[in-house]
Write a protein that binds this ligand. Structure first.
Ligand code: FCB
Length: 454
């Protein structure tokens, strides 16, 4: 693929967006903090998962990552340098409750996030905190993890402590990041922690994640004056692999399990009947009152948009009987993820039409390419720059068509530990040389800063 030059980028300016638009970048605790054994942090399921050879493609772990736990002032300076006005980060539950729950919380962990949040405020960055970005305390996994309903209570106890402590300064709270990934990558496909492979478990985990979200909302509002709280989902436009009737039926089933399974209960409709029918007795155990709790009104919906999924009918492949296929001729990132800014517009319009959230934030969007460091140390990541510019243009189109889009957070501020891919995938606007921990703003980051300055 030819690299678009800066001149070929779409004309898009910050002033094309409303003045109160949130411009940010996102990170998550396990992916950047490192310092796994510092500050009284307990073991997380990702520490444990990474120990097994074969789980992480380069055999690495987040034990050191970007050493953000120690280098956070420099990282927040980079964010300020970009000109963003918001910063999305996550809190490592095992830093707060090393043993998952109980009477003893870790003051050193709370003090770290105190400093981090103060550092954001000093730099004009509005803190957007995610409570759960996948790093469950291992002690809770030892008792069954998210499969157990008790973990919902443990999450609420953790949420209570954190929101009481930070709620005077942090007003934006995201309960969960991408429950689909936690549930299905972690408990069905087994490629994420805790590495289980059981469909029924994945569905029960999913139910408990949604329940814990809904039950956390009133708690957050009680503890945080002026709180704005919601959840972040990974959502995809779903397209058929062919014009056949079988593939179009596959689209509906796949959409049911990928998108509607989350949005329907969050917006008060319970689980979609067509998917429940396919699941039969695999369906999760739901207690009386759970759906009312899950549907607690949220202030916003967080959408992580990366790519559309093209699906084909696949009889015999699990209860949903679909397979994600790669259409030839599609532009892709180095990860193989299709690039489709238009897909983002379609997705946002569809969400608006079918569920009408009060406010929508793109809480993640970004891409990975094989960044090459030039002889002068610069990283000219033209493809990522183009990806970013084209998706911002798509965000503008969604606004024009009436989507109540209120903000955009680029994934990610820094290259970081990309889960099962280890350090092989770089998503940062900033390059991290892991050996020296030197940070270098890439051309994409420079472009974002230039855009934000218009
Ligand atoms: C999302 C995750 C985030 C990051 C990006 C690339 O699914 O939320 O942590 O790994 O993908």
């Amino acid at each position: 693929m030819t690299q678009p030059s800066s001149a070929g980028l779409p004309a898009i300016r910050r002033s094309d967006f409303p003045a109160d638009f949130r411009w940010g970048c996102s990170t998550s605790s396990y992916q950047i903090e490192g310092a796994a054994a510092e500050g009284g942090r307990g073991e997380s399921i990702w520490d444990r998962f990474c120990e097994t050879p074969g789980h992480i493609r380069d055999g690495s772990s987040g034990a050191r990552a970007c050493d953000h736990y120690n280098r956070w002032p420099e990282d927040l300076d980079i964010a300020r340098g970009l000109g963003v006005n918001a910063y999305r980060f996550s809190i490592a539950w095992p830093r707060i409750f090393p043993a998952g729950t109980g009477a003893r919380c870790n003051e050193t962990g709370l003090a770290f996030y105190d400093r981090l949040v103060d550092g954001m405020l000093e730099r004009g960055l509005e803190p957007w905190s995610t409570l759960y970005h996948w790093d469950l305390p291992q002690a809770l996994q030892d008792r069954g993890g998210w499969k157990q309903r008790e973990t919902v209570d443990a999450f609420l106890a953790y949420t209570d402590v954190v929101t009481r402590r930070l709620g005077d300064r942090v007003k934006h709270w995201i309960t969960h990041n991408e429950p689909w990934c936690t549930a299905f990558l972690g408990h069905h496909e087994g490629v994420h922690a805790p590495g289980q492979k059981d469909y029924r478990t994945a569905l029960q985990v999913c139910h408990h994640l949604l329940l814990s979200h809904g039950r956390a909302l009133p708690l957050i509002r009680g503890n945080v004056p002026g709180a704005r709280a919601g959840i972040t989902l990974s959502l995809h436009p779903i397209l058929p692999a062919s014009a056949s009737a079988a593939d179009s039926a596959a689209v509906s089933r796949h959409d049911g399990s990928r998108n509607r399974w989350f949005l329907d209960p969050l917006y008060g409709r319970g689980y979609p009947a067509d998917v429940l029918e396919l699941l039969g007795d695999l369906a999760p155990v739901v207690h009386h009152g759970d759906f009312e709790a899950i549907a607690a009104p949220a202030d916003f919906l967080g959408v992580n948009y990366y790519f559309p999924e093209v699906v084909a009918d696949a009889p015999g492949e699990g209860p949903i009987a679909t397979r994600v296929v790669a259409l030839p001729g599609t532009e892709r990132t180095a990860f193989g993820w299709p690039v489709s800014p238009e897909g983002m517009v379609d997705l946002l319009l569809r969400i608006q039409r079918d569920w009408a959230p009060r406010e929508v934030y793109l809480t993640e969007n970004g891409s990975t390419y094989d960044d090459l460091v030039g002889p002068d140390g610069s990283i000219v990541d033209s493809e990522r720059r183009s990806y970013l510019a084209r998706h911002l243009q798509a965000a503008r189109r969604a606004l024009d068509q009436g989507v109540p889009l209120k903000g955009y957070f680029a994934w990610s501020l820094l290259d970081n530990f990309e889960w099962a891919e280890g350090y092989l995938r770089r998503f940062g606007l900033t390059y991290v040389d892991y050996a020296s921990q030197r940070r270098t703003l890439k051309a994409s980051g420079q472009w974002y800063a230039g855009f934000l300055a218009t």
